[in-house]
Design a protein around this ligand. Structure first.
Ligand code: 13P
Length: 291
Protein backbone atom coordinates (compact mmCIF):
# COMPACT_ATOMS: atom_id res chain seq x y z
CA UNK A 1 0.00 0.00 0.00
CA UNK A 2 2.82 2.35 0.84
CA UNK A 3 4.33 1.87 -2.61
CA UNK A 4 1.01 2.62 -4.24
CA UNK A 5 0.76 5.83 -2.25
CA UNK A 6 4.27 6.92 -3.22
CA UNK A 7 3.60 6.18 -6.83
CA UNK A 8 0.38 8.18 -6.63
CA UNK A 9 2.07 11.23 -5.15
CA UNK A 10 4.96 11.20 -7.54
CA UNK A 11 3.24 10.58 -10.85
CA UNK A 12 3.61 13.50 -13.20
CA UNK A 13 -0.09 13.55 -13.87
CA UNK A 14 -0.82 14.11 -10.22
CA UNK A 15 1.77 16.81 -9.89
CA UNK A 16 0.07 18.66 -12.69
CA UNK A 17 -3.34 17.82 -11.34
CA UNK A 18 -2.66 19.20 -7.92
CA UNK A 19 -0.99 22.31 -9.26
CA UNK A 20 2.51 21.16 -8.39
CA UNK A 21 4.23 23.03 -11.14
CA UNK A 22 6.19 26.21 -11.61
CA UNK A 23 8.94 25.44 -9.17
CA UNK A 24 7.03 24.02 -6.22
CA UNK A 25 9.15 21.51 -4.30
CA UNK A 26 8.24 17.87 -4.22
CA UNK A 27 8.13 18.07 -0.41
CA UNK A 28 5.15 20.39 -0.79
CA UNK A 29 3.11 17.64 -2.35
CA UNK A 30 0.97 16.76 0.64
CA UNK A 31 0.49 20.36 1.68
CA UNK A 32 -0.51 21.40 -1.78
CA UNK A 33 -2.89 18.48 -2.03
CA UNK A 34 -4.61 19.51 1.18
CA UNK A 35 -4.84 23.16 0.25
CA UNK A 36 -5.54 23.08 -3.41
CA UNK A 37 -8.23 20.55 -3.88
CA UNK A 38 -10.35 19.03 -1.19
CA UNK A 39 -12.41 15.99 -1.93
CA UNK A 40 -16.18 16.32 -1.57
CA UNK A 41 -18.24 13.80 0.33
CA UNK A 42 -21.88 14.63 -0.27
CA UNK A 43 -25.06 13.26 1.28
CA UNK A 44 -27.98 13.39 -1.15
CA UNK A 45 -30.97 12.74 1.06
CA UNK A 46 -33.42 12.83 -1.85
CA UNK A 47 -37.02 12.86 -0.48
CA UNK A 48 -36.07 11.64 2.98
CA UNK A 49 -35.94 13.19 6.46
CA UNK A 50 -38.21 15.51 8.39
CA UNK A 51 -36.89 18.73 9.92
CA UNK A 52 -36.16 17.09 13.24
CA UNK A 53 -34.38 14.14 11.65
CA UNK A 54 -32.32 16.41 9.41
CA UNK A 55 -31.15 18.63 12.26
CA UNK A 56 -30.43 15.73 14.58
CA UNK A 57 -28.31 14.00 11.88
CA UNK A 58 -26.38 17.21 11.12
CA UNK A 59 -25.63 17.83 14.78
CA UNK A 60 -24.50 14.24 15.43
CA UNK A 61 -22.28 14.01 12.38
CA UNK A 62 -20.48 17.26 13.16
CA UNK A 63 -19.88 16.08 16.72
CA UNK A 64 -18.67 12.64 15.73
CA UNK A 65 -16.33 13.44 12.83
CA UNK A 66 -12.91 14.86 13.69
CA UNK A 67 -11.42 17.86 11.88
CA UNK A 68 -11.18 17.33 8.13
CA UNK A 69 -8.20 18.81 6.34
CA UNK A 70 -8.33 17.31 2.89
CA UNK A 71 -12.07 16.93 2.40
CA UNK A 72 -15.40 18.67 2.83
CA UNK A 73 -18.81 17.28 3.72
CA UNK A 74 -21.83 18.48 1.78
CA UNK A 75 -25.36 17.85 3.06
CA UNK A 76 -28.22 18.03 0.57
CA UNK A 77 -31.49 17.81 2.48
CA UNK A 78 -34.94 18.30 0.94
CA UNK A 79 -35.94 21.96 0.44
CA UNK A 80 -38.05 21.97 3.59
CA UNK A 81 -35.02 21.28 5.79
CA UNK A 82 -32.50 23.61 4.13
CA UNK A 83 -32.89 26.53 6.54
CA UNK A 84 -32.83 24.31 9.62
CA UNK A 85 -29.76 22.41 8.45
CA UNK A 86 -28.06 25.71 7.62
CA UNK A 87 -28.67 26.85 11.20
CA UNK A 88 -27.38 23.56 12.55
CA UNK A 89 -24.10 23.73 10.58
CA UNK A 90 -21.33 25.28 12.67
CA UNK A 91 -18.27 23.68 11.09
CA UNK A 92 -16.48 25.36 8.19
CA UNK A 93 -15.81 21.97 6.58
CA UNK A 94 -19.56 21.23 6.34
CA UNK A 95 -21.44 22.76 3.39
CA UNK A 96 -25.08 22.92 2.37
CA UNK A 97 -26.55 21.87 -0.98
CA UNK A 98 -29.98 21.96 -2.59
CA UNK A 99 -31.08 19.11 -4.83
CA UNK A 100 -32.42 21.20 -7.71
CA UNK A 101 -33.24 24.78 -8.67
CA UNK A 102 -35.09 26.80 -11.27
CA UNK A 103 -33.09 29.06 -13.60
CA UNK A 104 -35.21 32.21 -13.21
CA UNK A 105 -34.81 34.50 -10.23
CA UNK A 106 -38.56 34.66 -9.59
CA UNK A 107 -41.83 34.35 -11.44
CA UNK A 108 -45.01 32.40 -11.97
CA UNK A 109 -43.51 28.91 -11.69
CA UNK A 110 -45.69 27.04 -9.22
CA UNK A 111 -43.76 24.46 -7.26
CA UNK A 112 -40.30 25.72 -8.23
CA UNK A 113 -37.52 27.21 -6.12
CA UNK A 114 -35.06 29.72 -7.57
CA UNK A 115 -31.31 30.06 -7.26
CA UNK A 116 -31.82 33.42 -5.59
CA UNK A 117 -33.95 31.75 -2.90
CA UNK A 118 -31.42 28.98 -2.38
CA UNK A 119 -28.60 31.45 -1.99
CA UNK A 120 -30.75 33.44 0.41
CA UNK A 121 -31.24 30.35 2.58
CA UNK A 122 -27.47 29.81 2.62
CA UNK A 123 -26.81 27.06 0.08
CA UNK A 124 -23.24 26.63 -1.11
CA UNK A 125 -23.95 23.98 -3.75
CA UNK A 126 -26.82 22.81 -5.93
CA UNK A 127 -27.07 19.27 -7.29
CA UNK A 128 -28.19 19.43 -10.92
CA UNK A 129 -29.29 16.86 -13.48
CA UNK A 130 -29.59 13.98 -11.07
CA UNK A 131 -30.73 10.88 -12.96
CA UNK A 132 -33.97 10.83 -10.95
CA UNK A 133 -34.68 14.33 -12.22
CA UNK A 134 -33.74 13.38 -15.76
CA UNK A 135 -35.60 10.08 -15.92
CA UNK A 136 -38.57 10.56 -13.58
CA UNK A 137 -39.20 14.27 -14.12
CA UNK A 138 -38.03 14.61 -17.72
CA UNK A 139 -35.21 17.11 -17.25
CA UNK A 140 -33.16 17.71 -20.36
CA UNK A 141 -29.56 18.72 -20.94
CA UNK A 142 -30.86 22.07 -22.15
CA UNK A 143 -32.73 22.94 -18.94
CA UNK A 144 -29.82 21.64 -16.89
CA UNK A 145 -27.53 24.05 -18.78
CA UNK A 146 -29.81 26.97 -17.87
CA UNK A 147 -29.89 25.88 -14.24
CA UNK A 148 -26.12 25.53 -14.15
CA UNK A 149 -25.64 29.08 -15.39
CA UNK A 150 -28.17 30.30 -12.80
CA UNK A 151 -26.43 28.53 -9.94
CA UNK A 152 -23.22 30.42 -10.73
CA UNK A 153 -25.13 33.65 -11.30
CA UNK A 154 -26.62 33.45 -7.82
CA UNK A 155 -23.27 32.79 -6.19
CA UNK A 156 -23.38 29.04 -5.61
CA UNK A 157 -21.59 26.08 -7.17
CA UNK A 158 -23.16 23.33 -9.26
CA UNK A 159 -22.66 19.61 -8.75
CA UNK A 160 -23.59 18.33 -12.19
CA UNK A 161 -24.69 14.70 -12.39
CA UNK A 162 -24.12 12.61 -15.50
CA UNK A 163 -24.50 8.89 -16.09
CA UNK A 164 -25.64 6.21 -18.49
CA UNK A 165 -28.57 3.77 -18.33
CA UNK A 166 -27.86 0.04 -18.25
CA UNK A 167 -28.87 -0.48 -21.88
CA UNK A 168 -26.69 2.45 -22.92
CA UNK A 169 -23.72 0.79 -21.20
CA UNK A 170 -24.53 -2.61 -22.65
CA UNK A 171 -24.83 -1.21 -26.15
CA UNK A 172 -21.41 0.45 -25.85
CA UNK A 173 -22.75 4.00 -25.67
CA UNK A 174 -21.52 5.06 -22.23
CA UNK A 175 -18.99 7.60 -23.46
CA UNK A 176 -21.28 8.97 -26.17
CA UNK A 177 -24.09 9.53 -23.65
CA UNK A 178 -21.86 11.14 -21.04
CA UNK A 179 -20.01 13.20 -23.63
CA UNK A 180 -23.31 14.64 -24.85
CA UNK A 181 -24.54 15.31 -21.30
CA UNK A 182 -21.32 17.21 -20.57
CA UNK A 183 -21.18 19.15 -23.84
CA UNK A 184 -24.79 20.31 -23.57
CA UNK A 185 -24.94 21.08 -19.86
CA UNK A 186 -21.60 22.88 -19.87
CA UNK A 187 -22.15 24.81 -23.11
CA UNK A 188 -21.02 28.42 -22.81
CA UNK A 189 -19.49 28.06 -19.34
CA UNK A 190 -16.43 30.24 -19.05
CA UNK A 191 -13.07 28.97 -17.88
CA UNK A 192 -13.03 30.92 -14.60
CA UNK A 193 -16.17 29.23 -13.43
CA UNK A 194 -15.46 25.81 -14.89
CA UNK A 195 -12.63 25.11 -12.45
CA UNK A 196 -15.05 25.45 -9.53
CA UNK A 197 -17.43 22.82 -10.83
CA UNK A 198 -18.11 19.45 -9.37
CA UNK A 199 -19.26 16.70 -11.70
CA UNK A 200 -20.77 13.52 -10.31
CA UNK A 201 -20.60 10.35 -12.37
CA UNK A 202 -23.63 8.32 -11.36
CA UNK A 203 -24.22 5.26 -13.53
CA UNK A 204 -28.00 4.94 -13.44
CA UNK A 205 -27.80 1.15 -13.13
CA UNK A 206 -25.84 1.53 -9.88
CA UNK A 207 -28.17 3.97 -8.12
CA UNK A 208 -30.07 2.40 -5.25
CA UNK A 209 -29.50 -1.06 -6.69
CA UNK A 210 -26.64 -2.25 -4.50
CA UNK A 211 -24.63 -2.68 -7.73
CA UNK A 212 -21.56 -0.46 -7.67
CA UNK A 213 -19.41 0.26 -10.68
CA UNK A 214 -16.09 -1.51 -10.19
CA UNK A 215 -13.27 0.88 -9.32
CA UNK A 216 -11.90 0.27 -12.82
CA UNK A 217 -15.24 1.02 -14.51
CA UNK A 218 -15.61 4.20 -12.46
CA UNK A 219 -12.02 5.32 -13.08
CA UNK A 220 -12.40 4.77 -16.82
CA UNK A 221 -15.42 7.06 -16.99
CA UNK A 222 -13.90 9.64 -14.63
CA UNK A 223 -10.80 9.81 -16.82
CA UNK A 224 -13.06 10.30 -19.84
CA UNK A 225 -14.91 13.13 -18.06
CA UNK A 226 -11.63 14.82 -17.19
CA UNK A 227 -10.41 14.55 -20.77
CA UNK A 228 -13.66 15.98 -22.05
CA UNK A 229 -13.31 18.92 -19.66
CA UNK A 230 -9.72 19.42 -20.85
CA UNK A 231 -11.01 19.63 -24.40
CA UNK A 232 -13.77 22.06 -23.39
CA UNK A 233 -11.31 24.33 -21.51
CA UNK A 234 -7.78 23.15 -20.79
CA UNK A 235 -5.90 20.58 -18.77
CA UNK A 236 -5.29 22.78 -15.73
CA UNK A 237 -8.97 23.57 -15.41
CA UNK A 238 -9.93 19.94 -15.95
CA UNK A 239 -7.56 18.96 -13.16
CA UNK A 240 -9.18 21.40 -10.74
CA UNK A 241 -12.70 20.05 -11.30
CA UNK A 242 -13.85 17.67 -8.59
CA UNK A 243 -15.23 14.53 -10.22
CA UNK A 244 -17.32 12.55 -7.77
CA UNK A 245 -18.69 9.03 -8.00
CA UNK A 246 -22.23 8.08 -6.97
CA UNK A 247 -24.11 4.79 -7.11
CA UNK A 248 -24.37 2.40 -4.15
CA UNK A 249 -21.40 3.93 -2.32
CA UNK A 250 -21.10 2.15 1.03
CA UNK A 251 -18.64 2.01 3.93
CA UNK A 252 -17.12 -1.14 2.45
CA UNK A 253 -16.41 0.18 -1.05
CA UNK A 254 -15.57 3.84 -0.43
CA UNK A 255 -11.85 3.30 0.24
CA UNK A 256 -11.10 1.52 -3.00
CA UNK A 257 -13.22 3.96 -5.02
CA UNK A 258 -11.52 6.99 -3.46
CA UNK A 259 -8.12 5.47 -4.24
CA UNK A 260 -8.74 5.85 -7.99
CA UNK A 261 -6.72 8.55 -9.71
CA UNK A 262 -9.64 10.57 -11.05
CA UNK A 263 -12.15 10.10 -8.24
CA UNK A 264 -12.30 13.24 -6.10
CA UNK A 265 -15.40 12.64 -4.05
CA UNK A 266 -18.54 10.65 -3.40
CA UNK A 267 -22.21 11.49 -3.88
CA UNK A 268 -24.04 9.16 -1.54
CA UNK A 269 -27.74 8.31 -1.41
CA UNK A 270 -28.94 5.44 0.79
CA UNK A 271 -25.80 5.14 2.92
CA UNK A 272 -25.96 8.85 3.76
CA UNK A 273 -29.20 8.49 5.67
CA UNK A 274 -27.64 6.93 8.78
CA UNK A 275 -24.96 8.77 10.74
CA UNK A 276 -22.90 5.62 11.31
CA UNK A 277 -22.57 4.64 7.67
CA UNK A 278 -22.11 8.17 6.35
CA UNK A 279 -19.54 8.91 9.04
CA UNK A 280 -17.47 5.94 7.86
CA UNK A 281 -17.75 7.16 4.27
CA UNK A 282 -16.61 10.65 5.30
CA UNK A 283 -13.66 9.02 7.07
CA UNK A 284 -12.59 7.05 4.00
CA UNK A 285 -8.98 5.94 3.80
CA UNK A 286 -8.12 6.10 0.13
CA UNK A 287 -5.10 3.85 0.12
CA UNK A 288 -6.67 1.03 2.06
CA UNK A 289 -4.61 1.92 5.13
CA UNK A 290 -5.75 0.46 8.40
CA UNK A 291 -5.66 2.21 11.76
P1 13P B 1 -27.41 5.38 -3.74
O1 13P B 1 -26.15 5.68 -2.98
O2 13P B 1 -28.58 5.09 -2.87
O3 13P B 1 -27.17 4.34 -4.81
O4 13P B 1 -27.80 6.74 -4.52
C1 13P B 1 -26.84 7.37 -5.28
C2 13P B 1 -27.35 8.70 -5.67
O5 13P B 1 -28.29 8.81 -6.43
C3 13P B 1 -26.72 9.89 -5.08
O6 13P B 1 -27.10 11.05 -5.72
Amino acid sequence: MFDAKLEYYSSLEHKVRWGIINGAQSTDVEGIMMNEKKSLIAANWKMFKTLTEAVSFTESLQREVGPLEDREVVIAPPFTALAAVRNAIWRADFKLAAQNCHWEEKGAFTGEVSGAMLRDVGCDWVILGHSERRHIFGETNETIQKKLAAVFRFGMLPMLCVGELLDERESGNTFAVIGTQLDRALAGLDADRAGQLAIAYEPVWAIGTGKTATPEQAQEVHAFIRERCASLWDKMIANRIRIMYGGSVKPDNVDVLMAQTDIDGMLVGGASLEVESFKRIVQYQPFGETN
